[in-house]
Design a protein around this ligand. Structure first.
Ligand code: MOS
Length: 720
């Protein structure tokens, strides 16, 4: 078996992504986007576009497609072309449909738009005076909270009373997901309803959003996305391309494909918001934290769609008697914001774990020693112990593997290079969502495990087959996993690092149920084991000294298959424990003495993420996250012009690391299955790889150069 079942299809180009579908009679759509950041569209002259070669139709706010605003678990999702208000540069304001993509694109260039422009606010720093309180987080928990020890009147008092205190302001840049497959969709209608091929993080959720937007019964929307082409939060919601393709295909009575251009992906999807964060840490002389304050400001678009909750996870990192976190949002004329791998945790850990490094320097203490001093058995203010936490072991193993003992307080010199080591802690909550799985045992000795959930590149398809085989006690090559189709049982969302825990739990329940069904068939009147006490093991039913494979039994009782659907979701475990994955990131950087070029020369992540189902896919997942952390630390950042345009909104100028930027990455797991969290024992690995890495890089830069850079990305000019 390949360790990634979808690997051969992907590397040979046989995997069919949304935009790879070509249907007879299909029209091609090209989106027109705004060229101002704030104002009202006064007119759109589409005369030239309408008469251009091959053009089928043109839609705009003056001639809109029919869409409602869907309201789902994510809240309201914005749908395009419904009003003339422009709130960001690059906002979709029109759709040109033609016989070919090139004809649609050429015609779209001729659309003349006039605006009544208004002043735009695009800078987080400039907007901070108009900050608003952020609403509760996605899970309903407050983003602003305070815990004070008895007799302490304020967090400021607690900080002032601390023998050692550090306080600093950090900032993180706007980032775009830049998924490999630009957001795209192919939509087709027939007598059964709508079929949409579009990469998404949960096909049943996409079908639901489209049904709401198009006022259809959910059963008449079929969303198909076996391959996603990159997501990580950026394809959690239904894309503008999918809404427009579906609505236009309905009007035109022919299939429609809409694909964003690479530049449009930067504005017509959603980004990770920029943040500004103030952290203050108070400690006793022995390093015990006495007070933690973390205040965060997140940019948000004018619809306030998603706040980057940067201070939120700080409440759970360390034991401290006094703790205050706050979260504000700053509405700007910027594109929508959304979940992006470790939303909140990634930028938040940059600030907190940089501040911890600053505190270690102030205390003249080893940064690992400081963290071990503040190990928390439970989140502060919460009596629920962590279900499993082996972070101290991660520190110990990591320090050994990385050679931390050789770290000098002021780095070392190697020829023209200043070399430094840095580390940071990492956390990501272990969560799971409701998920349903169908398992079918077939008379040909195979089993099908299916769910609507999606595999955005994380390896869920392979996990379905592995956990399916294990739960059914058969070999993996007997199992056919299927996902990414809303016709399958609702698998929920591949997000929040939850898919293995969610789907895996449901598989175990479905497997137990389908085995019960099989045993009932075996012992039914007239069946081979009529009236006997039948058991199941190793793919066989057995009783009274006789065994049959499940396929033999099904053939014997003239059944082609037997099926069961199992469902699982977060339950009362939430009232008994707190749940999180933990980790530690190590990094070695080399800073050139003359050019100030920064190279990462070694990286190590050690993670406590519960049971690891697929060692290779898990290692790849963590490597990807760690590389994304380096990317945030040294490369990525959208520059927003005063007029709201992204100055570097394309892959020529939005920097991403390439192989030459990334050395060998060492990933290690301490494997303690967490069956208090779910019966599979997995805690989640999708996002924690990105957490803490930027701080580890910045801390290593400080060790190498003595320069503390409190913003990311870190540039050459920061080290002059
Ligand atoms: Mo991810 S940011 O949980 O889709």
């Amino acid at each position: 078996m390949p360790s990634r079942l979808d690997g051969p299809l992907k590397v040979t180009g046989r995997a069919k992504y949304g935009a790879d579908h070509n249907l007879p009679g299909m029209a091609h759509g090209y989106i027109v986007v705004s060229t101002i950041a704030h104002g009202e569209i006064r007119s759109m002259d589409v005369t030239a576009a309408r008469s251009a070669p091959g053009v089928v139709d043109v839609y705009s706010p003056f001639d809109p497609v029919d869409l409602r605003t869907p309201n789902t678990m994510f809240g309201e999702t914005w749908v395009p072309l419904q009003d003339k208000e422009v709130t960001y540069y690059g906002q979709p304001i029109g759709l040109v449909l033609a016989e070919t993509y090139e004809q649609a694109r050429d015609a779209a260039m001729t659309v003349e738009v006039t605006y009544h422009g208004r002043p735009a606010l695009t800078s987080l720093r400039d907007g901070i005076s108009s900050a608003e309180d952020a609403p509760p987080g996605f899970d309903g928990s407050p983003l602003t909270m305070e815990i004070l020890a008895p007799g302490v009147s304020s967090i400021e008092d607690a900080l002032r009373a601390s023998p050692v205190m550090v306080e600093a302001t950090y900032s993180t840049a706007t980032q775009n997901h830049a998924a490999m497959e630009p957001h795209s969709a192919v939509a087709a209608w027939d007598s059964d309803g709508l079929t949409v091929y579009s990469g998404n993080q949960g096909s049943n959720l996409q079908a639901m959003e489209l049904a709401l937007a198009l006022e259809l019964d959910p059963s008449s929307v079929h969303a198909v996305n076996p391959f996603v082409g990159g997501a990580f939060g950026g394809k959690g919601r239904t894309s503008v391309a999918a809404f427009l393709a579906a609505a236009a295909a309905r009007v035109l009575g022919r299939p429609v494909k809409v694909a964003l251009s690479r530049e449009q992906v930067f504005t017509a999807t959603a980004t990770r918001a920029a943040t500004i964060q103030k952290v203050a840490l108070g400690a006793a002389a022995d390093g015990s934290l006495t007070a933690i304050r973390h205040d965060a400001w997140s940019a948000v678009p004018m619809d306030r769609s998603f706040v980057e909750p940067a201070s939120h996870s700080t409440r759970e990192y360390y034991t401290a008697q006094n703790l205050a976190i706050s979260q504000k949002m700053v509405p700007l004329n910027i594109p929508p914001t959304t979940f992006m791998r470790a939303p909140g945790e990634a930028p938040g850990s940059f600030a907190l774990e940089s501040a911890m490094d600053e505190l270690a320097v102030a205390l003249n203490m080893d940064p690992i020693e400081l963290r071990l001093r503040n190990h928390s058995p439970a989140p502060p203010g919460n009596d629920l112990l962590w279900s499993s936490k082996h972070l101290d072991e991660c520190y110990r193993i990591g320090a050994n593997r990385f050679g931390w003992a050789n770290r000098a307080p002021r780095g070392r010199i190697d020829g023209d290079w200043q070399v430094g080591l840095g580390m940071a802690g990492a956390m990501f909550p272990a969560i799971r969502f409701p998920a349903s799985i169908e398992i079918t045992l077939r008379d040909d000795e195979t089993a099908v495990v299916s769910t609507s959930g999606s595999d955005p590149g994380t390896g869920l398809l392979t996990v379905l087959s592995q956990v399916g085989a294990e739960s059914l006690d058969i070999s993996q090559d007997q199992v056919t996993p299927r996902l990414g189709d809303s016709a399958f049982p609702a698998g929920g969302m591949s997000g929040g690092s939850s898919a293995t825990a969610s789907a895996g739990s449901a598989i175990m329940i479905a497997a137990a149920q389908v085995i019960d069904e099989l045993v009932a068939l075996a012992s039914a009147p007239g069946a081979p084991f009529d009236g006997l006490d039948v058991s199941y093991a190793d793919g066989h039913v057995l009783a009274a000294g006789r065994t049959m494979t499940f396929g033999e039994l099904l053939r014997e009782v003239h059944r082609s298959s037997v099926s069961a659907i199992g469902s699982s979701g977060p339950g009362e475990e939430r009232t008994k424990h707190s749940f999180s994955s933990f980790g530690v990131q190590f990094c070695e950087v080399r800073v050139h003495s003359w050019t100030r070029e920064i190279r990462v020369s070694r990286m190590l992540g050690v993670f406590d993420a519960g049971r690891i189902i697929n060692a290779q896919a898990a290692r790849s997942q963590l490597m990807g996250g760690m590389i994304w952390g380096v990317s945030a630390a040294l490369h990525e950042g959208l520059e927003i012009d005063a007029n709201g345009r992204f100055a570097n909104g394309d892959l020529a100028s939005y920097l991403l690391p390439v192989n030459a930027d990334i050395p060998d990455v060492d990933v290690h797991f301490v494997e303690y299955p967490d069956t208090l969290h779910n019966s599979v024992g997995a805690k989640g690995i999708g996002e924690i790889g990105a957490v803490g890495m930027a701080a580890a890089v910045a801390n290593a830069v400080h060790n190498a150069t003595g320069i503390r850079v409190r913003h990311i990305p870190i540039m050459i000019e920061d080290l002059l």
